[in-house]
Design a protein around this ligand. Structure first.
Ligand SMILES: N[C@@H](CCC(=O)N[C@@H](CS)C(=O)NCC(=O)O)C(=O)O
Length: 232
């Protein structure tokens, strides 16, 4: 597909309430890009089998834009920013903070969200007889320890990179949102608590919350947040 056609194509985001695809939704709202939001019940592999034809992994997000198909939330944030260049939401190659920006963008998913998936699985998603409170608590502690990486920056700045709000904050912000659903926010340090509050006060964050709720209601999908859903 030519560049022109990609530019003209509508962005479609497949999303479950407050799941990782929220990173993409929040970024779309921050950038003011037009999009179509397709809501799915959670988990799609159980409740929306047709979705497996689009994404055999069954995971969300799925972003469709022209011939482009993406299933990694941090990469999608990076891609969306590139559609809106120049934007303060990304740090350009060659800028002093470029490396730390990319690092934080991927840290949010690879390092902060991963241990939380084990907390989720072994405290909620597994059937009662397979739950493992010790594993869940060990990975909760591991996640909280990893948040220490943010402390030095947050002691001096409101945001994680380049002295301004960027997609790196969206990526890490979603990890904090998930932690909040898991009941871990009360264990954040003061600096992380203040940062998380700052992020939630952003108008685009609030618009993303409204957009997912309105789309779910319009499409007949439950508005229960995915992290609080107990699979059948
Ligand atoms: N690394 C991927 C992970 C995607 C992922 O695992 N998404 C979860 C929701 S937060 C999912 O779809 N889980 C349902 C399943 O695994 O069936 C990303 O950052 O987008």
């Amino acid at each position: 597909m030519s560049d022109l056609k990609v530019a003209d194509a509508m962005i479609q985001l497949y999303h479950c309430m407050s799941a990782r695809s929220f990173r993409a939704l929040w970024t779309l709202e921050e950038l003011g890009l037009p999009y179509e939001l397709v809501m799915l019940p959670f988990p799609p592999r159980q409740h929306a089998r047709h979705f497996l034809a689009l994404n055999p992994l069954g995971t969300i997000p799925l972003l469709v834009h022209g011939d482009t198909r993406m299933t990694e939330s941090a990469a999608i944030c990076q891609y969306l920013c590139s559609l809106k260049r120049p934007t303060s939401m990304q740090v350009e190659p060659g800028a002093a903070d470029y490396g730390s920006y990319l690092n934080m963008l991927h840290f949010g998913e690879a390092t902060l969200t991963f241990p939380q998936t084990l907390v989720l699985r072994y405290s909620r998603f597994e059937p009662a007889e397979r739950r493992q409170p010790v594993v869940a608590e060990d990975y909760a502690k591991w996640f909280l320890a990893r948040l220490r990486t943010l402390e030095a920056r947050l002691a001096q700045e409101d945001y994680l990179s380049a002295g301004r709000f960027t997609a790196a904050d969206v990526s890490v912000g979603y990890a904090l949102m998930l932690a909040d659903y898991l009941g871990l926010a009360s264990r954040f340090t003061a600096a992380v608590t203040a940062y998380w509050k700052r992020l939630q006060e952003r108008p685009a964050f609030e618009r993303a919350l409204d957009a997912q709720k309105n789309a779910a209601l319009a499409q007949g999908v439950s508005i229960a947040p995915a992290p609080l859903t107990v699979p059948d």
